[in-house]
Ligand binder design. Structure first.
Ligand SMILES: *Cc1c(COP(=O)(O)O)cnc(C)c1O
Length: 446
């Protein structure tokens, strides 16, 4: 980005114009491809709070660009003590503590920008106790999966959307920018290195969980924009997911607990959104519910279920069949890759009758717990499901709201018909049964 300010701006100036115009202006200069790839048809994309450029250093009034994140500079050091892969269904695999042999780290400093990325054996990080992220939640992350397809191939699912979202999250918490395509190259490299061993071809249908993370590692206690950051990528073993028999049980959040609010940061995948939700989550578990259904405002509008987006299928009072989810406009919910994909597939394939399924209208609008309650009472609520990478498409069977358990009419251990067809389409793309542009094949290194 070329500086246009007359006086040398502070470091903060590069990313500080968070108005929609400022963002689009910055984006179109710094990363025209980003604007293009995220599309312009939804509110969150339009306000992607970022410029992909990493900034500029000012000395004596002249500008020198800081080093960009550059995946081609990767330095590889392979492990000399490879570890065993947990057996399917083993406690190690279920623990979500076992990571693959390698990880990628990249250091950034305000002085020089991005250093050469390093792929090296998995292991602990070294941080000073004064590190910014330990005190001020200067941390954000992504959650993706690497799938071992039934056609033997390794695939990511729409990974460019995660990389764009990570950039947006870093910008929300004053962490450095980067070209999302370079992050994607690093993710692919780690997957290509560890995928062949950790997702053997003999076990199609398994996956690894990918966690790209950025933290401010700045060892200075002052509350300020960090001058050092660390980007790292790890791959974690996860067990296969079994659908909960009878569907998820959700506990609607209490009036005195809010996950996100307009003007806040609920739309960003920043750690600060999750720690404070764990009290409610713990209470829910204790009461026999799996997730919190986060409501917002006096109208009790439904936003998200745990760390997943939330959908219902209902028939309106006028008799229209609709698939409904909360809108992105107020920026209190996360722009889920799964959410987006559900909406896009449903718009493309379910608008008109599809086999035995009646055509359905796809609606992004505010809707409240009271509307759900009424629809349940009148037999108009047909299905509900949560959608996100971690738990994929999870049918919802019960919602507890203000002392009452609402039963969503799904069959025991199964899901509703629309939930099922959408889930199967997505599965087909992720595991390679359907060749689709959303499936990103990772070429393996062995
Ligand atoms: C990650 C996340 C989701 C789901 O997003 P996906 O991209 O579909 O995985 C939804 N809500 C919240 C709060 C999340 O953190």
């Amino acid at each position: 980005m070329s500086p246009i300010a007359v006086t040398p701006p502070s470091e903060d100036a590069t990313a500080s114009d968070l108005t929609i115009n400022g963002i689009e202006n910055n984006l179109s200069k710094a990363a025209p491809s980003l604007l293009h790839s995220v599309g312009t048809n939804d509110a969150l994309s339009n306000t992607l709070t970022t410029l992909a450029s990493n900034g500029t250093k000012f000395t004596n009034g002249t500008a020198t660009p800081l080093a960009e994140l550059d995946a081609s500079l990767l330095i590889t050091t392979l492990t000399t003590s490879p570890r065993p892969v947990p057996a399917p269904g083993s406690p190690e695999q279920a623990s979500q503590k076992v990571c693959t042999d390698h990880m990628i780290t990249v250091r950034w400093t305000a002085q020089h920008g991005w250093e050469a990325p390093s792929l090296h054996p998995y292991g602990p990080l070294s941080l000073m106790p004064t590190a910014s992220c330990l005190h001020y939640a200067t941390e954000c992350f992504e959650g993706m999966k690497l799938y071992r397809g039934h056609d033997d191939k390794l695939r990511l699912f729409r990974p460019e959307l995660n990389c764009n979202r990570m950039l947006m999250s870093t910008n929300r918490i004053a962490l450095p920018s980067f070209p999302p395509t370079e992050l994607l190259k690093l993710i692919v490299k780690l997957c290509a290195t560890d995928g062949p061993k950790w997702l053997p071809k003999s076990r199609p249908g398994e996956f690894l969980y990918i966690r790209p993370t950025m933290i401010a590692s700045d060892p200075a206690l002052g509350v300020q924009r960090p001058k050092e950051a660390l980007l790292f990528i790890i791959l974690t073993c996860f067990p296969r997911m079994d659908p909960t028999s009878g569907g998820l049980r959700l506990l609607a959040s209490r009036d005195d607990m809010v996950r996100a609010w307009p003007g806040g940061f609920g739309y960003a995948k920043v750690g600060a959104n999750y720690g404070p939700s764990l009290v409610a989550q713990g209470e829910a578990r204790q009461m026999g519910y799996e997730q919190i259904l986060w409501l917002f405002g006096e109208e009790c509008n439904v936003t998200e279920a745990g760390a997943s987006n939330f959908f219902v299928v209902w028939r309106t009072l006028e008799g229209k069949l609709q698939l409904v989810t909360a809108p992105l406009r107020e920026r209190i919910i996360l722009d889920g890759v799964t959410r987006r994909s559900v909406l896009e597939l449903a718009r493309a394939r379910l608008g008109k009758r599809c086999g035995a399924l009646e055509g359905i209208e796809i609606v992004e609008r505010k809707f409240s717990m009271f509307e759900i309650e009424e629809a349940v009472k009148e037999g108009r609520l047909i299905e509900a499901f949560a959608a996100g990478t971690a738990f994929f498409i999870a049918p919802v069977g019960h919602i507890h709201f203000r002392g009452k358990d609402l039963d969503i009419p799904i069959k025991e251990g199964e899901s509703g018909a629309y939930t099922k067809v959408i889930k199967n389409w997505l599965k087909g793309i992720m595991w390679g049964k359907e060749q689709h542009e959303w499936g990103y094949v990772v070429e393996e290194e062995d």
